[in-house]
Design a protein around this ligand. Structure first.
Ligand code: BTN
Length: 122
């Protein structure tokens, strides 16, 4: 079983902190990205998430959103936590980054998608 609480880093070098989860499986934390689609100065941003089956011994799915404090965009991550035979935990995620566009005509270019793997950082 994998505990989402703690400090995590992805392949880009972005860091996130997930705080204690409540009994309902909701959690909050903060995200410090090292890259951005904007030229604004990066700020640490809050995240809010939910985990399925928070108390069960399984590799539960989870999702969280990041409300960027330096851009008008929102990112939603969904994923699952895995533990290898050596006990190394990874969060395997897929994300959508929605940018604010001025008009519906620009919706086609509003959303980026990607995958990201987080490992626990000590
Ligand atoms: C923005 O550029 O408007 C906000 C920052 C977005 C950072 C993205 S979210 C998905 C990807 N993974 C990261 O750690 N950072 C980028």
């Amino acid at each position: 079983q994998c505990d989402l609480q703690g400090l995590w880093r992805n392949e880009l070098g972005s860091n996130m902190t997930i705080l204690a989860m409540n009994a309902a499986g909701t959690f909050s934390g903060s995200y410090h990205t090292v890259v951005a689609a904007t030229n604004k100065k990066i700020l640490v941003s809050p995240l809010q998430g939910v985990q399925q089956h928070p108390s069960a011994k399984r590799h539960s799915t989870f999702g969280f959103t990041v409300q960027w404090q330096f851009s008008d965009s929102t990112t939603a991550f969904v994923g699952q936590c895995f533990v290898d035979h050596r006990g190394k935990e990874t969060l395997e995620t897929t994300w959508l980054l929605r940018e604010e566009v001025v008009s519906r005509k620009d919706t086609w270019k509003s959303t980026r998608v990607g995958t990201s793997i987080f490992t626990r950082s000590k």
